[in-house]
Design a protein around this ligand. Structure first.
Ligand SMILES: *Cc1c(COP(=O)(O)O)cnc(C)c1O
Length: 387
């Protein structure tokens, strides 16, 4: 290599001091330079906020974390490479062999599998409690219960858990309460303000909101985030900077997007409730929803997810599903475009009748992630599909 080659290699690197960008740039660097040994020593002693390596911390990732902490009203946040990375970071960070997790029975399938197929192998047991039992959870705590995990609203029937009441029961017993706030989004519901200890998100959904980033997040007090930070660092679940940039950009429009999701979903739910081909509609913003009162108490909007049951059972659901033109047939949720899924062929696939009944799911159900299109167009699509 010639000197010119060395020059080419190093020329123009680093951050120009004269440039003050309006957004935090994508710091795609995997490592950060130190001016001297003294600075490195200060970093290792924890007395400098220098960056060293992007698996530990990265400025672009931290920009997204700052937005998430602001959105949830938390002191600190951690962004991860997926919602499941957030879940595993929290659980592996907080639990040890001999501990027990109390978990709501209606919960994201991946969370169930981490608990029963991984943590179980490391001596952490899980006990599942019904939605009814969560109404008065105190008597269900055991001597080894360390964490209570739940989500609200749940998938797909949007049942709601009274966050303040569960969080108070947890505080009284020194149990850490963790809420998967993916379906509500922090615009509609802020569990930390209701005394929950930790909020988990699949940022893949409403937070990013454009169906193009897989990411996750944890938000809570500085103390609890400090407790789980080593797990993200050592299990390696941090998000990479380009995706963190996209996530931070998505979060900037979260409030306006969620307001539109809320309004569109309410309009769609009210329309569906009037249709003779629909036997039941599940939306927390409808008076007919079993948890409408809890939802009104703790949510400022009812979200973009709507579930309904076709009067024609599975055949009716399949017929409607296949006829949709604007709603696209896809799993996932929370993006700008409206999606429809068939729970028995996606999130509840392979469950027998007893398990389906326990999850409150029927074969005739369709789940909508109502996007940002015109509500008139969305309703017209559902009308032509419901025959
Ligand atoms: C999607 C989802 C998850 C998992 O998140 P990923 O980003 O797919 O890892 C967890 N909880 C809920 C409620 C979800 O919808």
């Amino acid at each position: 290599m010639s000197t010119r080659d060395t020059e080419i290699l190093h020329a123009g690197e680093g951050v120009p001091s004269s440039a003050t960008p309006i957004t935090t740039p994508i710091y795609s660097a995997t490592t950060f330079t130190f001016p001297n040994a003294a600075e490195l020593e200060k970093f290792q002693q924890g007395t400098s906020t220098h960056y060293i390596y992007s698996r530990y911390a990265n400025p672009t990732v931290q920009a997204a974390e700052a937005k998430l902490a602001a959105a949830e009203g938390g002191e600190a946040a951690l962004v991860t490479g997926s919602g499941m990375a957030a879940t595993s970071t929290a659980l592996f960070g907080l639990l040890q062999a001999g501990d027990e997790v109390l978990c709501a029975s209606s919960i994201y399938g991946g969370t169930v599998q981490v608990l029963t197929q991984f943590l179980d192998r490391f001596g952490v047991a899980t006990r599942f409690v019904s939605m009814e039992a969560l109404g008065d959870v105190g008597p269900h705590f055991g001597p080894k219960t360390k964490v209570l995990w739940f989500e609200t609203p749940t998938n797909p029937t949007l049942r709601c858990v009274d966050i303040a009441s569960v969080a108070a029961a947890c505080r009284a017993k020194g149990v850490i309460s963790i809420v998967d706030n993916t379906f509500a989004s922090p615009i509609n519901q802020q569990p930390l303000a209701l005394d929950a200890d930790l909020v988990m998100h699949s940022a893949t959904k409403f937070l990013n909101g454009h169906s193009d980033v897989t990411a996750g997040a944890l938000v809570g007090s500085r103390a609890i985030i400090d407790r789980v930070t080593p797990a993200r660092k050592l299990l390696g679940g941090i998000l990479e900077p380009a995706s963190a940039y996209a996530l931070a950009r998505g979060i900037k429009t979260l409030a306006v997007r969620v307001a539109r999701h809320n309004a569109n979903a309410q309009a769609v739910a009210e329309f569906l409730e009037q249709q003779k081909q629909v036997s039941r509609v599940f939306y927390p913003g409808l008076a007919s929803h079993p948890d409408a009162a809890i939802a009104r108490k703790q949510m400022s909007g009812f979200g973009g997810m709507v579930c309904f049951e076709c009067a024609g059972g599975y055949e009716g659901a399949v017929r409607t599903f296949d006829r949709l033109k604007l709603f696209q047939r896809a799993a996932s949720l929370g993006g700008v475009e409206s999606l429809c899924s068939l729970p028995v062929l996606t999130s509840q696939y392979g469950l027998d009748d007893i398990q389906l009944a326990a999850a409150g799911v029927t074969r005739g159900m369709l789940r909508l992630s109502v996007g940002l299109e015109s509500s008139t167009d969305l309703i017209d699509d559902l009308r032509q599909a419901l025959v």
